[in-house]
Write a protein that binds this ligand. Structure first.
Ligand code: PLP
Length: 448
């Protein structure tokens, strides 16, 4: 267990939180679909797409972190950009999780949470900030911030001379889905010069950060990055700094988390043993929220594919029989296909308007066909799946579900073509032990 929720200062009434029910996620999806009464081509009912988000899954991810090999050593600073929704941020704040923010709006959102976390609980982890953002951070007493270039040091000297600076270094991200090193991170050979300049300007550099890339596939990238960080700590020593802060960034994913955390613990034990007194933080985003969100989309139109593929061609992955059009797409929640290199996984929620969802219906024994799935905008780029095997005979009005849709989805959705963004329905998840703890944490805060 996580122990008691931390004491929170400056408590205000819980403003602005949406309704949060307490129904198991699959049941809530089913209830909402039933209430929509979408059946056939008659146009009746409400077919609009929607998310269901289960806060107990967010809690469970935090628990997983804290019970892992690095749980008692590495503090979480949740990467708010990944899913900056009020219930998620509120719960994390109550659980004592801190925040990685990338912009003025993000740190203002965190500071104005109902629990009013103090500014020391934020790291402004954007190495290339507009001067106005640095001024805003100074005004808000957000002191910890990253840099990776000389101009940033001059800007900070001017706008926030008391900042606690963290040097973001370049590490190997070649095995990651999203390679952040293309944009950020000082190569090791530039670090001595940057640190000497910071010292010359009288700036307070407290340590080092890195990000191995989002969706990291190779744990060795973490050990290599921690080794590089050690080198930069030693460079700091040479110019008179005594760093006590290491930020190992994000990049963690559920399937590989146990292995990653073992590797990180071992590397920390070698290069930053506990006796060193170095505070270690991480900025996980995806790991905490991805599994908590399921999206339900409705089939709003259907066509035979223009050139039905032969069986042989289908097996080669060359063509679809049928084209389904759903009411969220790559300009909306599925922007993760373009920006996050995701291939979203779909399951049937209804088949010919009968609910089949919670079983994640297996395909065995059902006639199947190859389908392509398209978003609602008039752009042919708006393709959600170019070829996927689905049970045959789906109809207009049927619902398709999409799991693991919490990370980098609704936060970057647009309203291109005037399409609505899919709204979120919140639950604490039912009667599981984790759900009860979440409910207790939220209730305890609301009663203060
Ligand atoms: N920290 C920084 C600086 C980032 O840029 C990102 C993602 O872009 C994250 C943390 C979160 O990464 P992830 O969601 O892969 O854990």
């Amino acid at each position: 267990t996580l122990g008691p929720a931390p004491v929170v200062e400056n408590v205000r009434p819980v403003d602005g939180l949406p309704e949060i029910v307490n129904t198991p996620l699959d049941q809530l999806v089913q209830d909402i679909i039933a209430s929509r009464e979408v059946s056939d081509l008659s146009g009746e009912g409400d077919e609009s797409s929607f998310f269901v988000a289960d806060l107990s899954a967010v809690y469970e991810s935090v628990k997983m972190w804290r019970e892992s090999a690095i749980g008692d050593r590495v503090e979480i600073f949740y990467a708010a950009k990944c899913c900056p929704t009020l219930p998620v941020l509120h719960l994390l704040s109550l659980l004592g999780v801190n925040f990685d923010c990338a912009s003025t709006a993000e740190f203002q959102q965190v500071l104005s949470l109902p629990s009013a976390p103090s500014p020391e609980r934020i790291i402004f982890a954007n190495p290339c900030k507009a001067p106005s953002m640095i001024r805003a951070a100074a005004d808000a007493h957000v002191d910890m911030m990253t840099f990776d270039n000389a101009d940033e040091l001059y800007k900070v000297k001017k706008a926030h001379p008391n900042a606690k600076l963290v040097l973001r270094i370049l590490t190997d991200d070649s095995k990651s889905l999203c390679r952040l090193g293309l944009k950020y991170g000082a190569p090791l050979e530039t670090c001595p010069g940057l640190l000497a300049l910071a010292q010359q300007l009288g700036l307070n550099v407290i340590g080092v950060s890195f990000h191995v890339g989002s969706g990291c596939k190779d744990p060795a990238q973490f050990s290599d990055a921690i080794w590089r960080s050690r080198k930069v700590f030693d460079m700091g020593k040479k110019v008179g700094y005594d760093f006590k802060f290491l930020d190992i960034g994000g990049g963690f994913e559920r399937p590989t988390f146990a292995e990653m955390s073992d590797v990180v613990r071992d590397a920390l034990d070698v290069y930053f043993p506990r006796e060193s007194g170095v505070r270690v933080i991480a900025e996980p985003g995806r790991l905490l929220v991805s599994s908590a969100f399921t999206l339900a989309t409705n089939i709003i139109a259907r066509r035979r594919a223009l050139e039905p593929a032969s069986v042989a061609a289908q097996e080669e992955g060359e063509g679809a029989d049928v084209m389904y059009y759903i009411n969220d797409g790559v300009y909306g929640s599925f922007n993760c296909i373009l920006f996050d290199h995701v291939t979203p996984d779909t399951h049937l929620l209804t088949h010919q308007h009968q609910y089949v969802g919670a079983t994640r219906q297996a395909l065995e024994g059902t006639n199947t066909e190859m389908a392509s799935i398209w978003g609602p905008t008039c752009d042919s780029m708006d393709c959600v799946r170019s070829l996927v095997r689905l049970p045959a005979g789906l109809q207009v009005g049927d619902w398709l579900g999409w799991s693991n849709m919490g990370a980098y989805t609704l936060c970057a959705a647009s309203r291109f073509n005037g399409m609505n963004k899919s709204p979120v329905n919140w639950t604490t998840g039912g009667e599981s032990k984790d759900a009860k703890i979440v409910r207790a944490v939220l209730d305890a805060f609301a009663k203060r």
